[in-house]
Each structure stands twice: as C-alpha cells, then as structure tokens.
Design a protein around this ligand. Structure first.
Ligand SMILES: Nc1ncnc2c1ncn2[C@@H]1O[C@H](COP(=O)(O)OP(=O)(O)OP(=O)(O)O)[C@@H](O)[C@H]1O
Ligand code: SF4
Ligand SMILES: [Mg+2]
Length: 325
C-alpha cells in the first residue's frame, strides 16, 4: 500500500477544544497548520514551541489518535483519516512514535524485549529464524544488546537506557517516519547529546525522516534540517533551520533565540515575561496576532487582523512587519 508522493503533508489542519463551564466554549488549539515533511531525502523536521503551543496535539493528529476538526493529513498522497482498512496497519508500521517519558511508554509489568520482538515480527515481518539476531542488531545499534535487555522490566533501566529501548522499538518496525515528542527533555544533559546523535544516525544510516518536537531551539538547531515554530497553535515561522537560526524574522522566534544565546538586552528587555495562566486563553482567542500581547513591535493592526504568511528567502513568516503594502 503506497501512494506516489514521498512526503507527509499537513494541510490547513485546525483543532478546537472546549473550555469554561461544561467545556461549551471553544478555542482553536491548532489554527490552519500547513507543513510538509519530506521522506526522501530523509529529513529531521523540528517543531518548536513553548508549553501549550499545540505540539503534542499536532503529533496526535498525525498519528491518527485524534481527528482534526478541519483540514487533512496526507501520507504519501493518501488521506490518513480515509485509509482503507488494510492500509491502517501499514500506516502504523510506517509512522512510529517515541514519547517524552520512557517509563510511560512501557507497561511496567511487561518485559521490554517483548516490545521489540513484537515490532520485528508484526511490523517488519522478520522471520522466526533470524528474529533474535535482528533484535540484537537493533539493540546494538542503539548502544545496548539483547543480552543486556533480555527478560528485564522497565524499572530495571535508567531513563536514558529506556529511551534507547523506545527508539529501538520504533526502528525495529522499519518505519519511514518517526515522531519524537520531547524525547530528550526528561534525560540528564549528558545523555541528551547521545540520543540526539542517535537520531542523526537514524536519518543518515536508515533513511528515516524524523519529526522532532521540542521547546528547545538549541537542540533543534543541533539536529534538524527544517523547523516550524508554533505559537498558541499558529505556525509563525517555517523554513530551513540554517536560515531561520541565522536570521530569525518572527519576533517570537527572536525571543526563543535570545533565550539560548547571549541575551540581547535590546530585545529581551522589551519582551514581557510570560504568565501562562493569565494570558494563555486570551492569546488562543485573539482575533489578530496571537503574539501581540507580548510583542515589542505590536501595532493596533496586530491586535485586530490576522497576520499574513509572507515568504522571504524561502522562509514563511506570519507577521504584519513583513507585509508588502
Ligand atoms: N483534551 C484536551 N481538552 C482540552 N484542552 C486540551 C486538551 N489537550 C490539550 N489541551 C490544551 O491544548 C493546548 C495545547 O496542548 P498540547 O499538549 O498540544 O501542547 P504542547 O505544545 O504539546 O505543550 P507541552 O510542551 O506542555 O507538551 C494547551 O492549552 C492544553 O491545555
Ligand atoms: S504581527 Fe505584529 S504582534 Fe504579531 S509578531 Fe508581528 S509585529 Fe508582533
Ligand atoms: Mg506536548
């Protein structure tokens, strides 16, 4: 089962959630998101945004765990919510998730090697005779071995080891795309780089594309080829990581960058600190630009009118500052 395009495309996807008494009022947690992730050549695509920006919601939609209210997700040209029955298991094999907390990804009462054997047998269709060798090879690829893992339960591993086992489970299925939701945020700093390097290796050796979700622009810059910056469910900047990192144009991307580089007092003094509890909903419901309440360049128009998507040097920026008059 395969369409003829080599990409995952998210086309104008919106998702609403309820809030308030009985959840009857709605806010748009994702607002007309459009992006494309190439599968060939294999690409690491970072989705960056602070907490509550809609990153996990977007991944869940791509994984078919929740339906969007508007828009479509196409994988190799096929609408993932209209797959014929026999294509659903194909899609589950092709697109593998890795979650933030490895201890929550495994049943505490189930031996971890069984997950990798399952993925090898059911998804990669590895035959009985070679399955042990296959599983051992996968575990060695992530820095472990079948001997080291055999018969053990999740609590017998450190967080870093268990995240490697989660990665082994994902690649054992021979996926084309991995969706990794904050996969290093719960690991010690010393282990993070190892896991990030492993993602690069997977892209280069196995030809697998990876969507890497993070709140941390520095790790995105370290591994990604392309980046999408999300703010309150809006895609505010999209392009190649080098271009965006060298010359961030959206004021929110500039803020993210100043938080990891030498702080630029000119920008950081002007940008108001974020108080999520008080302004999160207000921003989600904003008529105009969702960043206007914090943006040092906000004008009256920014509060009233949704900014356009402007393409500059191949990068899409959603901001009135770059609008051609
Ligand atoms: N089932 C739900 N019902 C109502 N609101 C929800 C639901 N799931 C998420 N939200 C809200 O939607 C917004 C986006 O949530 P989401 O988990 O997608 O963000 P995120 O970018 O992944 O955040 P984090 O970095 O904290 O993981 C948040 O305001 C969250 O509270
Ligand atoms: S549209 Fe206006 S408020 Fe929004 S980021 Fe651009 S300048 Fe700031
Ligand atoms: Mg999340």
């Amino acid at each position: 089962m395969q369409g003829n395009e080599n990409s995952l495309k998210v086309e104008s996807v919106s998702k609403y959630y309820g809030y308030g008494l009985l959840g009857l009022k709605k806010f748009k947690v994702l607002d007309k998101i459009s992006l494309g992730i190439p599968l060939k050549p294999p690409t690491i695509f970072a989705i960056v945004g602070e907490t509550g920006s809609g990153k996990t919601t977007l991944l869940r939609i791509i994984l078919r765990m929740i339906k969007p209210d508007e828009g479509v997700v196409k994988y190799k040209g096929l609408d993932v919510f209209k797959l014929p029955r026999n294509a659903v298991s194909w899609y589950r094999k092709e697109v593998q998730p890795i979650f933030q907390d490895p201890y929550e990804s495994f049943n505490p009462l189930r031996r971890v090697d069984s997950y990798i054997f399952d993925a090898a047998k059911r998804m990669a269709k590895v035959d009985k005779g070679s399955i042990e060798e296959y599983v051992d090879g996968i575990l060695r690829y992530v820095g472990l071995s079948l001997d080291r893992v055999h018969g053990k339960y999740p609590h017998e591993f450190s967080g870093g080891e268990l995240q490697r086992i989660a990665i082994a489970r994902a690649i054992a299925a021979r996926p084309t795309l991995i969706l990794a939701d904050e996969p290093v945020s719960m690991l010690d700093a010393s282990l993070r780089v190892n896991v990030l390097n492993l993602f690069k290796k997977i892209r280069d050796d196995l030809g697998t594309s990876i969507i890497y979700v993070t709140h941390d622009l520095a790790t995105a810059y370290y591994i990604a080829d392309q980046i999408a910056v999300l703010y309150r469910g809006s895609l505010v900047e999209l392009g190649s990581i080098d271009k965006v990192y060298e010359n961030p144009r959206h004021p929110y991307t500039q803020l993210l960058l100043t938080s990891i580089l030498e702080p630029d007092p000119k920008i950081s003094e002007k940008i108001k600190p974020l108080k999520l509890s008080t302004i999160e909903l207000k921003e989600f419901l904003a008529q105009g630009c969702k960043f206007a309440y914090r943006c040092p360049y906000a004008s009256k128009k920014c509060f009233e009118k949704e900014p356009p998507n402007v393409t500059i040097n191949g990068v899409i920026v959603k901001c009135h500052l770059y609008e051609k008059s």
